[in-house]
Ligand binder design. Structure first.
Ligand code: SF4
Ligand code: SF4
Length: 292
């Protein structure tokens, strides 16, 4: 089957806004999958792009996590595409993957020619910017199409300058992405808590994406699941909420996997500590200094 026909079928069945084919299998380890891996024998990747951007209104939750959990949205769509492609291509195997795969999805997306790798480590679709989820079907079909160069990042440094932790500058080996800090288990250091308060985040960080010139004027066409029933803050009533109330808040959310304990800690640290209540927040430059 022609690659263009495969892409059309994939988009029709999955609702991906665009798709492409990566003619190799880039893995996280950089090695060929072992015989025990589900990816063993796979030769190429069909990559679907699923935008989530609906606008960047103020909030305490990063943009990707405001709608429904993308795993639960994209996985069934990929399964539908696998079914449609299997019917059209009997004997071929298609393995869905979204975020939890041995496949390097960012690389696979970059090699389709649909976009490029940004200096902030994200894939940028030329149409939708970096506000996209990547869904993949690894398959055992071989395609004689070129591996496309993922050129496009202008290396302007805007993402690095906007980053509140300095992790993109590379100079401070202890610097960590704020998004990872908000997901950490256990106790956070006071510097980490102050950083979260200063950035006003309870989950994730969008600073490098919002600063990137390639994200300006992008097409806005999110999947409906990412546009409806969005949350931008944690209700303060969660502080004293029952398990049932927490469960209701977390149902279908991308941050639910981390569990109530971490999220409640974040709420407490950012919104209810003495520093937060008094508005005594450490300035960004002081925080960077703190972390060196
Ligand atoms: S802000 Fe500049 S350097 Fe960073 S990803 Fe965008 S284009 Fe590349
Ligand atoms: S998500 Fe935030 S902390 Fe992480 S690299 Fe981007 S700007 Fe820096």
């Amino acid at each position: 089957m022609e690659p263009s026909r495969i892409i059309d079928l994939f988009c029709a069945a999955s609702g991906a806004r665009e798709a492409g084919i990566c003619p190799i299998l880039p893995t996280q380890s950089g090695k060929a999958p072992k015989a025990s891996s589900p990816l063993y024998g796979m030769k190429s990747v069909i990559v679907g792009i699923f935008p989530y951007f609906c606008g960047a209104e103020e909030g305490e939750i990063c943009l990707y996590a405001r709608g429904r959990d993308y795993h639960s949205v994209i996985t069934p769509r990929l399964c539908a595409a696998a079914e449609a492609l299997s019917a059209a291509h009997p004997g071929a195997r298609f393995i869905p993957g979204c975020d939890a795969s041995a496949l390097n999805e960012v690389r696979a997306a970059g090699y389709t020619g649909l976009g490029f790798f940004g200096d902030n480590g994200l894939f940028f679709s030329r149409r939708f910017g970096s506000f996209v989820f990547i869904g993949t079907l690894a398959c055992d079909l071989e395609f004689s199409i070129p591996l496309r160069e993922a050129e496009g990042c202008s290396h302007c440094g805007a993402c690095r300058d906007a980053c509140p932790t300095g992790v993109l500058s590379g100079g401070d080996k202890r610097a960590e992405c704020l998004s990872a800090i908000t997901q950490k288990k256990g106790e956070l250091t006071e510097a980490e808590a102050a950083l979260m308060r200063a950035c006003g985040t309870l989950w994730g960080c969008d600073a490098c994406q919002l600063a990137c010139p390639h994200n300006r004027g992008v097409e806005i066409d999110p999947l409906p699941e990412f546009a409806e029933n969005r949350v931008t803050i944690f209700p303060r009533s969660l502080r004293n909420a029952s398990d049932a109330e927490w469960d209701a808040f977390l149902e279908g959310r991308a941050f639910a996997w981390r569990g109530r304990e971490v999220l409640q800690r974040n709420l407490e640290l950012v919104c209810f500590t003495k520093e937060a209540e008094n508005g005594i927040l450490t300035g960004e430059s002081e925080i960077k200094g703190d972390r060196k």
